[in-house]
Design a binder for this molecule. Structure first.
Ligand code: DGL
Length: 266
């Protein structure tokens, strides 16, 4: 048994969609969350910059004595996972492989779409892994960078969100896909808007639940599960805590008081 918390991080509030699934799958585990709200978005930055930011966050997580880390960010997962797992001696679960596996479970036609940030889409991580695991699969990719500020702003189901979805997703709608991977952890906040536009015949694939189960299985296999009767969830961000609190409480249904930290000190 290991009662230390699980560390979870993202560029901002997007990773809370993963925290929600972690709490569902492992209600007895404590968590520590960090959202880099001062430097969001990551998805328009270079791999080098995102790697440097991620190293700071990993050092912060280790200072909080976490037993394992979930990279609740596709941009970091698709660009920096190999580097971080080489450099840090701690179990790390990322979100791209769980997204690929979830998609392969539901697609029947093997015609799928992937949406994500520019830096995720440019890495081709989803496309490569889908093609490695399923011969003949057809993958259409589309970056949707504006979904991130919309989610950070809480504009997830209004007219601006609907128009943005229509503008980005129009070309995917013509491609006859049966599944669409939400390859950015902010996007599940716009799930209803995205799904309404794509139509009920398209499976909307959110990697979060599968990611949480990967962590659960890992902890079980390594005898590292916790048993806190009243699990504690602690949140940190690097700027604009008030906004974070609102979105956090809305998404997790719990009252949260986020602490501000200077991530550049780590
Ligand atoms: N939520 C992140 C992701 O999954 C990053 C979004 C951003 O900061 O651009 O890619």
């Amino acid at each position: 048994m290991d009662v230390r918390p699980i560390g979870i991080f993202d560029s901002g509030v997007g990773g809370l969609t993963v925290v929600r699934e972690v709490i569902n799958a492992m209600p007895l585990e404590d968590t520590v969350y960090f959202g880099d709200t001062a430097r969001v978005p990551y998805g328009s930055k270079s791999k080098e910059t995102v790697t440097e930011f991620s190293r700071q966050i990993m050092r912060f997580m280790i200072s909080k004595n976490v037993k394992a880390v979930i990279i609740a960010c596709n941009t970091i997962s698709s660009n920096c996972y190999d580097i971080l797992s080489r450099e840090f001696d701690i179990p790390i679960i990322e979100v791209v492989n769980p997204g690929v596996e979830s998609c392969l479970k539901v697609t029947k036609t093997n015609r799928v779409g992937v949406i994500g940030t520019n830096t995720t889409i440019n890495s081709h991580a989803y496309e490569k892994k889908l093609k490695e695991k399923r011969e003949g699969i057809v993958v259409y990719q589309k970056p949707c960078p504006l979904f991130v500020p919309l989610a950070e702003e809480g504009f997830t189901e209004n007219a601006i969100a609907r128009l943005t979805a229509e503008t980005y997703l129009r070309e995917l709608k013509d491609k006859n896909i049966d599944s669409l991977i939400l390859g950015c952890t902010h996007y599940p906040m716009l799930k209803k808007t995205i799904s309404d536009y794509m139509g009920k015949d398209v499976n909307i694939v959110d990697p979060a639940a599968e990611t949480a189960h990967k962590m659960k299985d890992y902890l079980k296999e390594h005898n590292m599960s916790g048993d806190d009767k009243k699990a504690k969830h602690v949140f940190y961000c690097s700027d604009n805590c008030g906004r974070f609190n609102e979105i956090c409480s809305k998404n997790l249904g719990i009252e949260c008081r986020v602490h501000k930290i200077d991530i550049e000190r780590y």
